[in-house]
Write a protein that binds this ligand. Structure first.
Ligand code: S3P
Length: 441
């Protein structure tokens, strides 16, 4: 929930130097918890992100009968076990499931609940209650799940599953891993092959992790299928660091003179590191080193060094899904570059935790930077001599990625900034400020 508290973010006193790690990947953490809950037996998880969003998934599956025993490890991660409901299915909860701020929790749950004959009301906080759900309920209705009120876009929504789900071939109208995953998870229990085709590749953590839980999955660029019905078996998952969190440290190093850092043990899944491709095109001194795999997820480290001269670039529509959560911070970096940066076809930004398209434009305007929409494109006119004006207060609107983006304007500049409701960073990266400060030379 959004508050009026303003947190003052002071400029960093010295350049960022050294080695950092970031907490576990949020998307992979959700999937590890949710898939474990669906499986027969006890899964062992480690490196799980301890954040509000992931706790929404943990609480939801506990309400549905999974036994969640994950404990803080003192480093921002959770480890332990999840005993799933397996073949007996989730139990009928006696109250609505509140998914908090977490779009991934509610949308994936809709797919998970679809094959089971129980009736569950799903809701969330005021931000989640404004986000579109029909993109998920529409394909699940084709498979046989029922939603009430029928055809409703916004939470709360009540779902009644069906034990006779039909497989479908679904051409998704947008590149969304949440939509793809919801349909595939329902498909695990439908008789036959369920396929999702996408207009552009979205993150593929589901396709990579489902086989680890005993679900044969076929996947290629822009298409993924499962053949059901399948028995999901418990597994072990170690969650690698979150590249979306690393992106904030990388951007800070690029903007703070004299900085040079390495972020270690981070997922280098190509579907997630589009921000590095964009930064390279801007001329930024960034480099990734592949060091191995966590399960099927490639991981390694990312090095970033202060780059005084950056240039604007065009980010093609096909690449947007691979950097969708990084557009706020990339827009801030673009604000420091020579020339215009164009992010093509970013209409999905309008339906994130806030309308991020508008929030980016408004926040950059406070900084004196021209940014505007042209159709569904976002344009940012950079200013290499950008100086943050004194006395600015940014409104995060309760959106974690906006809070961290505007914090970087204060951290990397010469004057402090205020951030309204900065505490919402706990949704994905509770230790954000500590991690940045620990890198101060
Ligand atoms: C996510 C998918 C993306 C992303 C979100 C996490 C996931 O959303 O923005 O933060 O874990 O599947 P969409 O599926 O709506 O693109």
């Amino acid at each position: 929930m959004s508050t009026d508290t303003v947190t003052t973010i002071e400029p960093l006193r010295s350049p960022l130097k050294g080695i950092a790690t970031v907490p576990g990947d949020k998307s992979i953490s959700h999937r590890a918890v949710l898939f474990s809950a669906m499986a027969e037996g006890t899964s062992r998880l480690s490196g799980v992100l301890d954040s509000k969003d992931v706790r929404s998934s943990m609480d939801a599956v506990a309400q549905l009968g999974a036994k969640v025993d994950l404990a803080p490890q003192g480093d921002g991660s959770l480890a332990g076990t999840v005993e799933g409901w397996g073949q007996k299915g989730p139990m009928q909860p006696d109250s609505p499931i509140d998914c908090g701020n977490s779009g991934t929790t509610v949308r994936l749950l809709m797919g998970i609940l679809a094959p089971w004959p129980i009736t569950v009301t799903l809701t969330g906080d005021s931000s989640l209650q404004r986000r579109p759900m029909r993109r998920i309920t529409a394909p699940l209705m084709k498979m046989g799940a029922k939603f009430a009120p029928a055809g409703q876009e916004l939470l709360p929504i009540t779902e009644t599953g069906s034990s006779a789900l039909k497989p479908i071939v679904y051409d998704a109208p947008m590149a969304s891993a949440q939509l793809k995953t919801a349909v595939l998870l329902a498909g695990v229990f439908a008789k036959g092959t369920t396929t999702v085709n996408e207009p552009a590749p979205s993150r593929n953590h589901t396709e990579l992790m489902l086989p680890e839980f005993g679900v044969p999955t076929t996947a290629a660029s822009r298409t993924a299928s499962v053949t059901g019905p399948c028995r999901m078996e418990a597994s072990s998952v170690h969650v690698p660091g979150d590249p979306s969190s690393a992106a904030f440290l990388v951007a800070a190093a690029l903007m703070k003179p004299g900085s040079s850092i390495v972020v270690r043990d981070v997922s280098l899944n190509p579907a997630r590191i589009g921000f590095l491709r964009t930064l390279e095109r801007m001329g930024a001194d960034v480099r990734e080193t592949h060091e191995g795999q966590e399960g099927k997820e490639p991981n390694g480290s990312i090095a970033a060094t202060y780059t005084p001269v950056l240039r604007g670039c065009e980010v093609p529509a096909q690449h947007i899904a691979s950097l969708i959560d990084e557009i706020p911070v990339l827009a801030l970096v673009a604000a420091h570059a020579h020339g215009v940066t164009v992010f093509k076809e970013v209409s999905e930004l309008r339906v994130k935790e806030t309308n991020r398209l508008k929030a980016i434009i408004d926040g950059l305007a406070l900084l004196g930077v021209d940014a505007w929409e042209e159709g569904n494109n976002l344009l940012v006119e950079g200013n290499p001599h950008l100086q943050v004006p004194a006395g600015l207060v940014f409104d995060s609107q309760g959106d974690h990625r906006l809070a961290m983006t505007w914090a970087l304007a204060g951290l990397c500049g010469h004057t402090s900034v205020g951030i309204r409701d900065f505490d919402c960073v706990a949704v994905s990266y509770p230790g954000f400020l500590d991690d940045i400060k620990n890198l101060e030379a």
